[in-house]
Design a protein around this ligand. Structure first.
Ligand SMILES: [Zn+2]
Length: 365
């Protein structure tokens, strides 16, 4: 099943869900808005499964019928799953759909960043594209949903529907729709063919043009509560995890990856060391070294802002630390080498209330 039903989130959505699933003539365009990792995708898939279920009598999918079983594998011909894809190298939609299927089955809480990595890996496996093209595919924010893809959706919808069955077009990360693509959708979303439903999952409502938004019923997905995160993960959360996950199960999973543990320890050690009254420890040097190698350092520094607020007891000093973390994050995004920046801020902040136990020799030893 696509979403573990008994979490409280489900209860909150229950009334909306019930209305929608029971109404044969309900809204045919839905816009689901919420941060990454709060459950939009698995709940959307669970909803589609319930809608396509051949038993079709209850609120939820039976999980047994043919439609339910094909939906478990995302192989149902009634679902058109639309991923954002790189433009350079261009990647055939069929390949992208297949990769997204595979990735969502492995992890329904997939994030855009992980999806981009998945696409790069898959392109490499296919050995498609030149080295330069692969490098281009790595650039963030270069994964649109293009107008060409919308044309393929229109062609798909022209195919004769099988009997009276529902067809669903699911735009995963709909905020990636280009303006042109969104405009091309307006007419068909306004007057869809019978038994056709459009679902737009988006992290930002404003990323979609108002003309498209106005044609959709919008549901908001707030961050998950610590209890919901615990129920989804089946484990207790540490205080640190509660702060850093920010109600996102995807973030929690990422934090718990074995490969991230050294960064998490380093971030904590380093932020502690920014306080002048903390005794200087040799681990700080190593922590800076580790942090400077993080592939998504700027995201981590932004996360560090929340951690910083919990570590220190002086709010104005914490605000200063937060300011410096954001400053480094911007500089790292602008491709400035992080090691020097991390050291510079460390020295500046430790000296801001006297040298404490810090000694200059550390730098040169
Ligand atoms: Zn079923």
């Amino acid at each position: 099943m696509w979403y573990p039903a008994p979490v409280p989130r489900w209860q909150a959505l229950h009334d909306n869900w019930k209305q929608l699933i029971m109404a044969d003539r309900g809204p045919t365009a839905l816009l689901w808005v919420g941060s990454e990792g709060v459950g939009k995708t698995p709940i959307a898939l669970a909803f589609i499964q319930a809608r396509l279920c051949e038993e079709g009598k209850g609120l939820y999918a039976c999980g047994q019928c043919y439609a339910c079983r094909t939906m478990e594998k995302l192989q149902t011909p009634q679902l058109f799953l639309i991923p954002p894809l790189p433009t350079n190298p261009s990647c055939p939609l069929e390949d992208g759909v297949e990769w997204l299927r595979r990735a969502l089955i492995a992890n329904p809480f997939l994030t855009l960043a992980y999806w981009e990595e998945e696409v790069i890996r898959s392109l490499q496996d296919k050995s498609a594209g030149t080295k330069r093209e692969k490098k281009n595919a790595r650039r963030k924010g270069e994964y649109p949903i293009s107008v060409e893809v919308v044309r393929q959706v229109q062609d798909w919808l022209k195919l004769k529907p099988t009997a009276q069955e529902w067809r669903v077009v699911l735009f995963w990360h709909a905020e990636q729709l280009t303006r042109q693509a969104a405009n091309a959708l307006l007419k068909i979303v306004e007057e869809p063919p019978a038994h056709t439903m459009f679902m737009f999952l988006a992290t930002h409502r404003e990323a979609l043009p108002a003309t498209l938004r106005s044609r959709c019923q919008t549901w908001y997905f707030p961050p998950l509560s610590p209890t919901e995160l615990e129920q989804l993960s089946g484990t207790k959360l540490s205080d640190e995890e509660i702060i850093l996950a920010e109600g996102s199960y995807a973030k929690l999973r990422a934090l718990r990856e074995e490969s991230q543990q050294k960064y998490l320890r380093a971030l904590r050690t380093w932020i502690e060391a920014l306080h002048p009254q903390t005794p200087w420890r040799s681990e700080v040097e190593e922590a800076i070294e580790i942090l400077s190698q993080h592939p998504y350092l700027s995201d981590w520094l932004i996360m560090g802002v929340r951690l910083a607020r919990k570590i220190g007891t002086n709010p104005s000093f914490n605000a200063l630390i937060a300011d410096r973390l954001l400053h480094i994050a911007d500089a790292v995004d602008a491709n400035i080498s992080p090691t020097g920046l991390l050291w510079e801020v460390t020295l500046e902040l430790r000296q801001s209330r006297g040298l404490g136990e810090f000694r200059w020799e550390w730098l040169h030893s």
